[in-house]
Design a protein around this ligand. Sequence first.
Ligand SMILES: CCCCCC/C=C/CC(=O)SCCNC(=O)CCNC(=O)[C@H](O)C(C)(C)COP(=O)(O)OP(=O)(O)OC[C@H]1O[C@@H](n2cnc3c(N)ncnc32)[C@H](O)[C@@H]1OP(=O)(O)O
Length: 718
Amino acid sequence: MAFYSRVSGSVGMITLQNPPVNALSAAVRQGIVDTMHRALSEPEVKSVVICGQNGKFCGGADIREFGAKMTGPPLVPMVHLIEAASKPVVAAIEGIALGGGLELALSCHYRIAHSKARLGFPEVALGLLPGAGGTQRLPRLIGVPASLDLITTGRQVTAAEARQLGIVDEVTDLNAVDAAVKFAQSVADKSLDARRISTYPCPRPPDLDTIFERAMQQVRRSARGAIAPGTCVQAVHAAVTLPYAKGMERERELFSVLFNSGQARALQYYFFAQRAVSRWSTASGARWDTSKPRPVHKAAVIGLGTMGRGITVSLAQAGFSVVAVETQEKQLLEAKQAVSGMLERGAKRRGVPLAHDKIKYSCSVQAVADVDLVIEAVFEDMALKKTIFQQLSAICKPGALLCTNTSGLDIDELASQTQSPELVVGMHFFAPAHVMQLLEVVYGPRSCPEAVATAMQMGKKMGKVSVAVGNCRGFVGNRMLKLYLEQAFFLLEEGATPEQVDQVLEEFGFPMGVFKVSDLSGLDIGWKVRKADGLVLPAFTGTSARIRGGSRYSPLGDLLCEQGRFGQKTGKGWYQYDKPGGRVAKPDPWLFGFLEDYRAQHGLVARRIDHQEVLERCLYPLINEGFQILQDGIAAGPEDIDVIYVLGYGWPRHRGGPMFYASQVGLDKVVERLEHYQQIHPDVPGLQPCRLLRKLAAISNPAIHKWREVIQKPRSQL
Ligand SMILES: CCCCCC/C=C/CC(=O)SCCNC(=O)CCNC(=O)[C@H](O)C(C)(C)COP(=O)(O)OP(=O)(O)OC[C@H]1O[C@@H](n2cnc3c(N)ncnc32)[C@H](O)[C@@H]1OP(=O)(O)O
């Protein structure tokens, strides 16, 4: 709602009240309309201030209401009522003015912002455009190029930048509401003729066509199939080419296309999913709201390879004191230089102070004796990690948390090397660790709730989205990835090329197809794991070369590694590159010959594989494994899996994540296609739909937010 009060006799004050961010719910819109009428009708009131309760002006339309039938007054007539008011209306912007909140502010005649406020149009991230006149007013106020930047990227600006751009009239370090009241009194009898933004002509730069062409090219490059950014460009174009009223009609048409699109639904689901993962729970019933994190002031990182360096940078930038340990002096020196460079670049980019002095380097593991938490980040080698955990258990002070940055090894096995297994958790960072936003926090059967809570909170402090997952081979992300990779290899055996598979996946919205990613990360990484698992056998011909443990296996990746083709680093992998370390993937005729020979050797006949099959074969087994993970209690809900895939594996955000995508395709359809492929490939267990997937499909495809009700039933009933 919005409540009305009178300040200093002559100022009508409208306060938005809808915690936590004063979003424009039906009740708030109704409240604004009612109180505006009241302020305009009271003769003693000479001017009006609009503000938000609890230091937050307004977070925009209430996203929680998007799925339901629209009630209450619509936003557009509401902002027109404010702009048309005969008394000056001043927006007092504290905290945030986002989306519809900024549109509300732009309909006011003046805007006063607190210096710590942030303003912006984040609608594009929800698959929308500013639909209450934002695309028509902003360009009239600050010009086309700056509007295109803000509206197509969703970038939020500080009050200082907003002042520089001309969005706000004044910035104050003091109380913004008091400043707005004073301001409102000072303009009470001023003419409003020049204050209604909708009446401004839209500036028309001479190179208008070039500006719009460039903007379109830019969004096409970065949007990877998302429709909202390009639609935002079209709406801003209408501001320049059409009179205001017609521009508003165009904005409404374009908004409606987006609002009713599957992409908007996916992005709005994802918005809440990313927030839902912080309300974690474990299979044994520990929960976010009953588990207290332990204080962490000083942390240590053991092993300063690529991952260890990134983790060190993340910790230091988050303000933790860090002990960075690398036992070889030469490597320690190299790491120190690399970390310093990363910190300098980070400080420059983000305009924050350098964090060098937060880090102490040491060659000795003994240096971690007084830290509150250790993150081990050595090679993915169980024997080595076990030795380190034994050492840590003996060296660290009682109560210190021992974490491992493994990407898939057994947390419980490591915990059993220590005297306090309840204090062991996995912290699976993604490379580059100082850039990637995702952290899988892996709890073992013995991890205590406080240890999980502490790791989750550490991730948050490092600016990551932390997702709590149970202990199993590969955890959530890599466990599902295995199925995706496996199918990609099988498709090559059956006649596809790396380019074809990658093209289908990139058209779906992944930034890179599976084979390009494999070349980038290095084929040797998976090879080492497969060797350790006893899957890499000496070359011999016949079908048994393609069977392991009774199931189909493709040795293609192993064979490429045997040729020294490790990907970009060696200049050759699934593609060829102009030099070792080259980045531009080119199809490699050698590989085509190699695949032909391989198929001939194994009696495989290449066939034409269409787009649909590539997509379904790569995605549905991965999705099926996601359901198996839910069934096993490794992830608490579909949101956890979706956030992991969007933030860690490049799953296109506008498709919501693999589980949301499955819900949109239809679970019955996913089951049917898996069964179809399983009939053709009975030796591939990953194509067998799991019980939970079948069960959900059988109860007529319930909405994704209802899945938990089924998942939470005892597993025996699934
Ligand atoms: C039906 C017809 C509709 C017509 C619509 C006309 C079009 C209007 C366009 C819009 O205005 S779309 C909305 C634009 N606004 C946004 O996108 C803002 C989204 N929110 C944020 O960016 C952040 O939440 C924040 C406001 C910057 C705050 O960030 P912070 O990190 O401090 O907290 P969070 O954990 O993110 O959020 C706290 C809490 O608030 C909920 N929430 C945030 N914004 C909204 C919102 N606009 N509507 C409803 N709820 C919102 C969020 O979900 C969190 O809730 P939780 O329960 O605590 O998880």
